[in-house]
Design a protein around this ligand. Structure first.
Ligand SMILES: [Zn+2]
Ligand SMILES: [Zn+2]
Length: 385
């Protein structure tokens, strides 16, 4: 008996998709350098790969961290991992959304920031965002046969192993583009916090009709009113919690009040007594640890850039029966739930207004300067068309 031969990657049949005119991706070359337009005249889709035409991408805080050199990134790369687009080509053997339904050319979709193998120990354990063979849109160096790797482009080449979610035509692009980072991360964080308090978030699909008040009675503190913190606060309030959102920035507080949230300056917040604390800024970890009540949980979401270690009062954590959890990115089902929330209860909120400015793709450098400036809107958008 002969062992099955493992087929080298080069032998996989690829479906060539010529692009006329060529697809354009804005290549980031390094700190202080302007982006350069990269023309990609075609892609070779491996089985289950998908090519999408980008409708809109938004600039996330981590894109800004990269261009300012606050974290190391391999270059050249195409930034952008918050996008909505439309499928224009599909590799051999088709592809499916997170919900299991086959995807078709013309479908409007969002996709995960991560590409996961689905087979390694971490994927099998449900930690697909930490796959041993992980690739990430907006973070990976451009390579042969995978040039369209980020959302700051006219097209993105989605590889097999990407979680893809079909989204409704009726939702504004500005409400959808941030879902694959901010909204899905907020969902994953709130789901984790709820689980640590013995609760389970309901199915957010508009048709599910489950009782949504699973966080009733919970005193929730959210530190940081960027888009992740704002969304986490909205979710916690939707699920019945009593929520206080905190941010030193009065512009962000005023925006949060449009979502019906109580937004406070840090000095106006009670220092302790919260069942669930979400830290979404990366700058208030100490305050988060101090604010949690006996038996409570702290979910850290914002510490996604290098920072000094935070001293931890271990005795208080032990005697207080406190749980501290870290949440980074999300799984495919969490992306699906976040999109379902935006298509359902999320419609009641002005999420689309978080995108306070739009630029053409070619003006990506100006857009990044605006997004990094003090008083910037929560998101600046880019559109290739
Ligand atoms: Zn992001
Ligand atoms: Zn894996």
């Amino acid at each position: 008996m002969r062992a099955a031969r493992v087929r080298p990657a080069e032998e996989v049949h690829r479906y060539d998709v010529p692009l006329r005119p060529a697809a354009v991706a804005m290549a980031w070359l390094g700190v202080g350098l302007p982006h350069e337009a990269l023309a990609v005249p075609g892609v070779a889709l491996a089985p289950h790969d998908v090519l999408v035409a980008v409708e809109m991408s938004t600039i996330c805080g981590s894109d800004i961290h990269t261009v300012l050199g606050r974290r190391h990134s391999p270059t050249p790369l195409v930034l952008g991992h918050e996008s909505v687009g439309r499928i224009i080509a599909i590799g051999d053997d088709g592809t499916h959304g997170v919900d299991g339904a086959e995807l078709h050319i013309g479908d409007r979709v969002i996709w995960s920031v991560t590409v996961s193998c689905g087979h390694c120990d971490r994927c099998v354990a449900g930690l697909t965002q930490k796959c041993r063979r992980l690739a990430k849109y907006g973070h990976a160096r451009i390579e042969p046969r995978w040039e369209l790797t980020g959302g700051f482009a006219g097209h993105v080449h989605l590889r097999a192993g990407t979680a893809i979610v079909r989204v409704p035509e009726a939702l504004p692009a500005a409400a959808l583009a941030p879902v694959p980072c901010a909204t899905a991360t907020a969902w994953a964080g709130v789901a984790r916090g709820a689980a640590l308090r013995g609760r389970r978030l309901p199915d957010p699909s508009p048709s599910a009709g489950e009782d949504a008040q699973v966080l009733a009675g919970e005193r929730v503190l959210v530190l940081g009113a960027g888009l992740v913190g704002l969304t986490a606060a909205v979710l916690a309030a939707e699920f019945g919690a009593q929520v206080q959102l905190v941010d030193p920035n009065p512009v962000r507080r005023a925006f949060a009040e449009r979502f019906g949230l109580a937004a406070l300056a840090p000095e106006d917040v009670a220092e302790e007594g919260y069942d669930l604390v979400f830290e979404a800024s990366g700058h208030a970890v100490r305050a988060a640890l101090d604010a949690v009540d006996v038996g409570g949980a702290v979910v850290l979401l914002g510490s996604v850039f290098p920072a000094d270690p935070v001293p931890m009062d271990a005795e208080r954590i032990v005697r207080g029966l406190v749980t501290v959890a870290g949440v980074h990115n999300y799984t495919g089902p969490e992306l699906h739930a976040a999109a379902a929330f935006m298509a359902g209860r999320g419609r009641a909120y002005p999420f689309a207004d978080a995108v306070g400015a739009m630029h053409p793709l070619a003006a990506v450098d100006a857009a990044l300067v605006q997004a990094a400036a003090p008083g910037a809107p929560l998101r600046v958008g880019l559109t290739p068309r």
